[in-house]
Ligand binder design. Structure first.
Ligand code: FES
Ligand code: FES
Length: 156
C-alpha cells in the first residue's frame, strides 16, 4: 500500500507493508536519528512527533500517519547550529552516549509547548517514558527547567 506523509516539512510517498511500523519506515527513508531501542514501547528512544505530539514510532503503524506530519530530531538543527533544547542539554552535561537524546529532544519540545513553566516533577512525569542509561535524569531535568525559565525571560 502507498502512504504519503511529511517528515520535517518534506513530503514522502512510500510503498509499505500493511503492518509496517513508522520506526522502520523512517529509518529506511534515512531518518537515522530515530533509534531502535527496545521495540516493546518501553524506552522512548524511537520517539517522534506526530502532528506535534510525541509518539513511539516502534508502535505507530505507518499506515496511520497517511496525510500527517512527523517531526524528528533532524529538524532541531541546521547549518546554523543546534536548537536551544539541544544546547541546554549539552550545557548541563545531560548528554553522554547520546542514544536517548533524539527521543528526549522531541518529547521535551512537546512538553515545553504544552507547559512553558514546568516544575522538576512535571518534567520527570512527562519524560518518564524516555529512559536514559547514562545520566541519572537529574541533569536532563535541570536543563529543561532552566531552558523554560530562559525562554520565559526572553533569552539568556
Ligand atoms: S524502541 Fe520504541 S519505545 Fe523503545
Ligand atoms: S545519554 Fe546514554 S542513554 Fe541517555
Amino acid at each position: 500500500m502507498k502512504v504519503t506523509f511529511k517528515v520535517n516539512g518534506k513530503s514522502h510517498t512510500v510503498d509499505i507493508d500493511a503492518g509496517e511500523f513508522l520506526l522502520e519506515t523512517l529509518r529506511k527513508l534515512g531518518y537515522k536519528s530515530v533509534k531502535h531501542g527496545c521495540d516493546t514501547a518501553s524506552c522512548g528512544a524511537c520517539s517522534v512527533q506526530l502532528d506535534g505530539n510525541p509518539v513511539l514510532s516502534c508502535r505507530t503503524f505507518t499506515a496511520a500517519v497517511d496525510g500527517h506530519e512527523i517531526k524528528t530530531v533532524e529538524a532541531f538543527s541546521n547549518n546554523e547550529g543546534l536548537s536551544d533544547i539541544q544546547l541546554a542539554l549539552l550545557k548541563e552535561g545531560a548528554v553522554q552516549c547520546g542514544f536517548c537524546v533524539p527521543g528526549l529532544v522531541v518529547t521535551a519540545d512537546a512538553l515545553l509547548r504544552e507547559n512553558p513553566n514546568p516544575t522538576e516533577e512535571d518534567v520527570k512525569e512527562y519524560l518518564n517514558g524516555n529512559l536514559c542509561r547514562c545520566t541519572g535524569y537529574e541533569s536532563q531535568t535541570r536543563a529543561i527547567v532552566k531552558l523554560a525559565k530562559e525562554r520565559r525571560s526572553g533569552g539568556e
